[in-house]
Design a protein. Structure first.
Length: 238
């Protein structure tokens, strides 16, 4: 739902209705639009939408993990996703403190029957002083699951298929997005750019990916037009 953040601020309910009408099975939440979790759960049920996962800011996870877990259970969400590290914290000392926190948080989520996932951008593909990439260190030193973002992996010069294969059985969620073929390498609708989406989908099927999540951080069209192009592409090839 981050893709539609501006639309949601204007009309949260109406935007969810449009998502359902386009044929999406569910939504990955990034906030509740001022609704209570019980109200939101009722609305999603009414629209026939599942909420398999939620992006929850690290600060909220650190301060209110018990409450987050309780809310996810009400929503019927299986996956809690760590979405982003703020720029001021993108340094080696913080990464290692984050690893320590993820171990504790993951254990608590697992105890409650939930799965903690880590979502990457491109900066996690930079190397630490020990030669490992940040994302490798996080996944090697914790047992958190992943939500690979294929755009950011590609932009960092990585092969998403390789990462999906390396971390098979730890990748229940994947962020699907494409990249323009020009020098800007801007976010693009699925099937219109240079990311090898079909190979990613095939590999993900073999690795038992549970949810393909369409996301487009920015759009040269309206976001609703963009997600319609992307869902229609997926309908034609899956």
């Amino acid at each position: 739902m981050y893709t539609l953040r501006n639309e949601l601020e204007v009309d949260f309910v109406g935007t969810l209705k449009k998502v359902a009408q386009l044929g999406f099975d569910g939504v990955e939440l990034a906030g509740y639009g001022g609704m209570s979790v019980t109200e939101l759960k009722s609305l999603l049920d009414e629209l026939g939408l599942q909420a398999p996962s939620s992006h929850v800011p690290l600060e909220q996870l650190e301060k209110n993990l018990d409450k987050v877990i309780e809310e996810q259970k009400i929503l019927g969400s299986q996956y809690i996703v760590v979405p982003y590290i703020m720029p001021e914290n993108q340094n080696e000392d913080y990464y290692y403190s984050l690893i320590s926190f993820l171990k504790t948080a993951n254990a608590k989520c697992n105890e409650q029957g939930l799965t903690l996932c880590y979502h990457n951008h491109d900066f996690e593909l930079e190397k630490l002083s020990d030669g490992r990439k940040v994302l490798e260190a996080i996944l090697e030193e914790t047992s958190v699951s992943t939500e690979f973002d294929v755009y950011w992996l590609t932009k960092a010069g990585e092969d998403p298929v390789d990462w999906l294969t390396r971390y098979r059985d730890r990748t229940p969620l994947v962020h699907l997005k494409d990249m323009t073929l020009d020098d800007e390498r801007f976010f693009a609708e699925l099937g219109t750019g240079g990311v090898n989406v079909e190979s990613i989908l095939q590999t993900g099927k073999e690795q038992n990916v549970k949810w393909w999540i369409v996301e487009q951080d920015e759009s040269r069209r309206t976001p609703l037009e963009s997600i319609e192009i992307s869902i229609n592409y997926l309908k034609n090839i899956i």
